[in-house]
Design a protein around this ligand. Sequence first.
Ligand code: SF4
Ligand code: SF4
Length: 224
Amino acid sequence: MTAATPPTTFGAVGRFFGAIGSLFKGMGVTIKYFVNPKTVVTQQYPENRETLKMFERFRSELLMTHDENGFHKCTGCRICETACPNGSIKVLHRAKSATGKAELDAFMWRLDSCTFCNACVMVCPFSVLKFGNNFENSVYDRRLFVYNLSKYAGPTSTALAKVADPEERKKMTEPRTPYYGPVPMQGHSWAGLQGVEVPAASAQAETPPAATTEEKKDGQQSTK
Ligand code: SF4
Ligand code: SF4
């Protein structure tokens, strides 16, 4: 074991001037932003909540696109579920189909385990899924991190378009809420899960976000 070398006078002086230089360097940055505040990149959150716009490629919530009538194109093919690397998607089929073909009952997505890799969006053959960039998703109950992305159970928009009578179309569908469906409480498996009633007050506090300007422009609406 060797004894520590005592600091030399030259080393102490060097560190002193180094610290002085670092101090002036920091002050220089502060003064630069003080005289030219437009160059400041730090976000004053949450004060700027109303005007804050996240970057276009920022992904924070999976959305299912619906057309102007509130219908989607999801066939329930489960390609996205298979592609998801960590089981964050569960596609539920309707027990009683209105068309005789497989129909979506609920599209379950786990925000708490999703890594936002975008694989599900890329593999969907009908461009049903997309990512939004609403980042304020904090909740007090982890069950609220499991969403149903579909607004209704029933046929696709293409199948419903073949039915002329709006009342008939309505009969072929059942409304769904963002908190409909199974909620995994432990571990990461969906197997054998039972639906869990989410307290009404908590669920009501988490209202789905309104359609963004971009979605309205596209003539589409998305919801959790
Ligand atoms: S973004 Fe990736 S991790 Fe998240 S649900 Fe889609 S495939 Fe799964
Ligand atoms: S979102 Fe797309 S890939 Fe997933 S089940 Fe629906 S149609 Fe299939």
